[in-house]
Write a protein of this length. Structure first.
Length: 302
């Protein structure tokens, strides 16, 4: 009976391998062909239900490549629009004596647009310099950035850098791979229930563990992309007008700093080694004195 059960088990395993290879090939050749996955989609890549019985194809609202339902298909396919990670780095100059107030104004801008403060580095009240890192909902990014510029004095925008990374294709590819591995997981769970021997169970369990690890990694990456596309990051640096800005260190300054660090490291090494050598030397000296004192006694005893 065990041999008869093992034959269908091996056939199912072969079917699983062929199924996985076929799914991988089809997903790589046309990522996003069947749309949504099981993970939550970021706001810029949202799922839209099919129009009831209509013949129109839904397109992206913002000009992105659209995937919609057509004809009488009962399957609802997601509309894939651009999923962009937006970041900005802004340096401004604020009025003299208003640094702390300007920091609070920047925090208020983030809260007013549904964001929050991720990090705050303040040089101190007297120094009048520092920076804040803000997370802002992507749809409020431009508005919040404009209000942060208004905090600066006239002509006080020292530098501005805005960048965007389109991760729409990566999101579609990850969803395709996730569906593939979830299908393999379902087949392996069925094989686990039908395993006739311990060795078969161990082999299936090993493959199942690898597949589940891949699933967790894909879901983690999808969650990260969702967070990064839903919330943009703005790093705001502020300096009070009239505060001397730190000068970048030159080659000689860097070399001098490295020399001081090397000297300190050598001194520390000498101190640490002395802490080991002195006790050992004391013990050796005590042992030598004891030998000299005991040598006559030993000679007389002989």
């Amino acid at each position: 009976m065990a041999s008869r059960k093992r034959v269908p088990l091996l056939l199912l395993a072969l079917t699983l391998l062929l199924f996985g290879a076929a799914c991988t090939g089809s997903e790589d050749s046309g990522a996003g062909g069947d749309g949504g996955g099981n993970a939550d989609m970021p706001e810029a890549v949202e799922e839209r239900p099919a129009a009831g019985g209509g013949d129109e194809v839904s397109d992206g609202d913002d000009g992105g490549a659209g995937y919609g339902t057509q004809g009488d298909s009962a399957t609802s396919l997601p509309n894939i629009g651009p999923a962009v990670i937006k970041t900005a780095k802004l340096k401004i100059e604020v009025e003299d004596g208003s640094f702390q107030e300007s920091v609070q104004d920047a925090i208020a801008v983030a809260e007013r647009h549904g964001g929050f403060v991720l990090e705050s580095v303040v040089g101190g009240k007297d120094l009048g310099t520092g920076s804040v890192v803000l997370r802002i909902p992507a749809e409020q990014f431009e508005a919040a950035l404009g209000e942060l510029k208004d905090i600066a004095v006239d002509g006080g925008i020292e530098s501005e850098r805005i960048s965007g990374q389109d991760v729409s294709q990566e999101y579609v590819d990850l969803n395709s791979r996730l569906r593939n591995f979830e299908a393999q997981e379902e087949v392996l769970l069925g094989l686990m229930e039908r395993a006739a021997t311990v060795s078969d169970s161990i082999r299936v369990q090993r493959e199942l563990t690898n597949v589940q690890l891949e699933i967790e990694q894909l879901r983690g990456r999808l969650n990260f992309l969702k967070d990064q596309t839903q919330f943009s990051t703005i790093t705001l640096g502020m300096n009070e007008a009239g505060v001397a800005k730190p000068k970048p260190a030159g080659t000689i300054d860097k070399a001098w700093d490295q020399a001081k660090e090397a000297f300190g490291a050598v001194v520390s090494a000498v101190i640490i080694s002395t802490g080991f050598i002195v006790p050992i030397a004391l013990l050796a000296l005590i042992a030598l004195i004891a030998v000299k004192l005991l040598r006559p006694v030993i000679a007389k005893a002989r």
